[in-house]
Structures are given as structure tokens and as C-alpha cells.
Write a protein that binds this ligand. Structure first.
Ligand SMILES: Nc1ncnc2c1ncn2[C@@H]1O[C@H](COP(=O)(O)OP(=O)(O)OP(=O)(O)O)[C@@H](O)[C@H]1O
Ligand SMILES: Nc1ncnc2c1ncn2[C@@H]1O[C@H](COP(=O)(O)OP(=O)(O)OP(=O)(O)O)[C@@H](O)[C@H]1O
Lengths: 215, 215
């Protein structure tokens, strides 16, 4: 059971705190806003009103006892930088800080944050990457561990031997649908073209990976 | 080459537009703010100043010709709802809308958005899930396609046969490090305990999946 301290219970900090608490981790949340604390107090182990720019207050929390500390303050970038500096000085072992802009992200990294996240920016990249990845037309379970799916490849092109899907993703192409033509058990030299629909099989995990990766 | 329309060039919309444009997709961006358009115009195919609540202006864009339309307006939730309704009415085939709150997310889903994202909230869940997943102590490449890594399991417990890592993740446990003891080639009945360090091998894709999944 690991211990997490979340500084700032906005949308990002609250979502982290609730997910960790639901997984039975020990979660402590602090925020300078009473309303924010009221909204989260029943969902975590401890929630306290605290100004994270107050270094003494932070020290009293025993920051070095937490496995992970998250500074989830956004708009108030002074507070987010001060809290990051203070948390690191108080011995935070692994510090994740949220930034609203690239400039603040660079400052947070240089003052000691171990990880910096920019939720809006990072989610934009992630969603775009998922759109670039193959899309599932139909899928069903084959036994408890495997997925069979028809996927549309968008930008995937090249011979099957060059694409090496089994090696890279654990995915086997068992048929290729092009217009009216179905090629079953395509050979290694078969050339995939844009718009082809592939019938693939793989474990659930392999399939999810293939589905989320732009190729 | 697919065609994307991004309505709203804030941090989320711009990150999506740039990622798609870098992958050679056709990207059109509209925003009511001249400053936002100036910042993105050199990175995409077309960028125009447009008020997305103006249904006629949206219609002139030929919304139904895009593979994906993204309404990336945040704070102004009236505009984001109106743009979503207008885009759907204009024939948007696949519509993704961004919401800043759960309430707005529900409205967007009910007025026809095919997907609704809440970047701050979703990123909080995602980051928490990654923290709950096994963490990598060391890792190196074994040949071009495989990863060998020592991972710390945090919450992973149970016998190897019950955990079924090869089936679920394609990952093989080749040794278990507990305190001073190393057990090589553990049997199926070997009980993994919290804090154990596992030496695992798998393809790059399988390993990344294992590393990102809470177990
Ligand atoms: N000095 C501070 N000490 C503690 N908490 C703070 C401090 N400054 C701001 N906060 C809290 O951090 C939380 C998140 O910050 P804010 O709402 O400014 O950013 P945001 O980018 O909108 O956040 P989110 O996207 O997570 O909702 C708020 O609940 C706020 O009360
Ligand atoms: N009616 C509208 N038509 C077109 N664009 C709009 C309209 N209203 C707002 N926008 C644009 O949408 C963009 C993003 O919106 P806004 O900044 O309000 O939300 P945000 O939640 O802060 O966004 P992000 O997190 O993506 O930065 C801005 O560039 C803004 O100019």
C-alpha cells in the first residue's frame, strides 16, 4: 500500500486522488480552498486546508514519508512553482508537477520536479495518436484471452514481412479484405495498401496495444 | 491521408492539430481569436478566423467532408455545446468534443458528440493508473525486439499460475528477487509477494503494455 500526497484538488488532482483511493492506496490531499477540500474529504484518508506556498505547513506534513507527491496546482503558477521547490526541499522522493504552459513546465523541471505533466497538451497529443492508429471495425473475443478484429489500417502500408506485426505487436493477420476481394492467410510478401481491412488475432493486451499505436 | 477539422486552437486543440499535421494528415483549424490562428497558421494546411457558433460559417467549411471533427473549445461551454450541435447538424461523421466539467460532458454526449474528452480529469486518471502499475527498476534491449527488465511490483500478489502474465501480457518471469534471495525459473506455484522484484522478458510492445497497466 503506497502513500500519495496530492497538493491541489482541482479536476486533475481530484481525479488522481480518487483513482488512487479506489485502488486502496493511502491518499492525503491538501488545498487552500475549503470548497475543494469539502468535495474530496470523504473519498480519501485525509484532506486538509493548507497553503502550499507555506513551507512550514508543508514540512509538518512529513513530505519525505510519501512515495509520490503531486503538485496539482494550475492557474496559480507562482504557487505551483513555490510548492514544487518547497516539496523538493522538504525531501519529496518522487515529485510530479502539473504545468499549464510549456514555459512553466520548463521552470518546474529545472527546480526539481521529477515528472512534469501538461494535461491539456498531453491529452491532445494522445488523442491525435489514437486517431492515427488503426481503427477497429468489429471485434469479438476468441476464448477468454484473445481478440479477433477487423481493423481499418488508414496509413499502414507495405509487405507483411516488412511490417512485422507479430514481432512488434504479437498480432497475426489472418485475412485481408480489399474491396470485394478477401485474401485468406496472406503470404509474407503480401502488400498491404491504404484502406485495406485486416482480420487480425492476438491476445487482448496485444490487440489493445496495436489499436493504440500509430504505425 | 485523412482530413481533420479542429475547432478551437487552445492548448488541447493545437496539440492535436500539430500532432496530426506532423503525421502528414490534412488539418484545418478554425478559431474566433486572431492570436490563436496566428500561432498555428504555419503548422497546418488551413487556419481561419471563424466563430463556431455561427452555423452558416460552419456549413461553408464542408463539415461532412472531414473524417474527424474536433470541438476543442473549453471555458466557453455555451460555444462548445452550440458548435457541437451545429457540427452534427452539418453532417460531421465523427465528432469529438472537449468538456471542462462532467456536467458539460453529459450535455455534449446527449447532443451528439461521438466522443467526449475531459483532458484534466482523464489525464489525472491515466497518471494515477501508471503509478499503480509495476515500475521499472532497470531495463535493456535483448536483440532488436525484446526487453529484459527488473520491475518492482507494488501491489502484484498471487501465484504465477494465477497471475497468468504470459497469457495476459506476453511477459515471462525468469527470476524473482526477494530481499537477498534470487529464485531463477520460478515454478507456476511460486507466490509473488508485495515488494518482490521480477526479472521479466517480453517484446517491446508487450513490455510497454505490462508497464502501463495496473494489475
Ligand atoms: N497555494 C495553494 N495551496 C494549495 N492549493 C492551492 C494553492 N493555489 C491553488 N490551489 C488549489 O489548486 C487547485 C487547482 O488549481 P487551479 O484550479 O488553479 O488550476 P487548474 O489548472 O484549473 O486545475 P485543474 O485543471 O486541475 O482543475 C485548486 O483547487 C486550488 O484551490
Ligand atoms: N465561438 C468560438 N468559435 C471559435 N473558437 C472559439 C470560440 N470560443 C472559444 N474559442 C477558442 O477555443 C480555444 C480554446 O478555448 P478556451 O481557451 O476557452 O478553453 P480551454 O479549456 O482553456 O482550452 P485549452 O485547455 O485547450 O487551452 C481558444 O483559442 C478560443 O479562442
Amino acid at each position: 500500500r503506497r502513500q500519495y500526497l496530492i497538493i491541489g484538488a482541482g479536476r486533475f488532482g481530484s481525479a488522481m486522488a480518487e483513482t488512487l483511493a479506489n485502488a486502496d492506496q493511502e491518499v492525503v490531499v491538501v488545498d487552500s480552498s475549503e470548497a475543494a477540500i469539502d468535495a474530496i474529504v470523504d473519498k480519501v484518508d485525509h484532506a486538509m486546508i493548507l497553503d502550499a506556498t507555506n513551507e512550514n505547513a508543508l514540512l509538518k506534513l512529513g513530505i519525505d514519508t510519501f512515495d509520490v507527491v503531486v503538485v496539482a496546482i494550475g492557474h496559480n503558477f507562482e504557487a505551483s512553482i513555490l510548492a514544487t521547490v518547497a516539496a523538493k526541499a522538504a525531501g519529496a522522493r518522487h515529485l510530479i508537477s502539473k504545468a499549464n504552459t510549456q514555459m512553466v513546465a520548463r521552470v518546474l523541471a529545472s527546480v526539481g520536479a521529477d515528472e512534469v505533466v501538461r494535461p491539456e497538451h498531453d491529452m491532445g497529443i494522445r488523442l491525435a495518436s489514437q486517431l492515427l492508429a488503426p481503427s477497429v471495425v468489429h471485434a469479438f473475443d476468441l476464448g477468454p484471452d484473445h481478440t479477433v478484429a477487423e481493423v481499418e489500417t488508414h496509413e499502414l502500408e507495405g509487405s507483411l514481412s516488412k511490417l512485422r506485426l507479430p514481432d512488434k505487436f504479437g498480432i497475426h493477420v489472418i485475412a485481408v479484405h480489399r474491396g470485394e476481394t478477401l485474401t485468406v492467410n496472406p503470404s509474407a510478401s503480401f502488400e498491404i495498401a491504404k484502406g485495406d481491412r485486416l482480420l487480425v488475432v492476438g491476445s487482448h493486451a496485444d490487440f489493445a496495444r496495436f489499436h493504440e499505436e500509430p504505425l
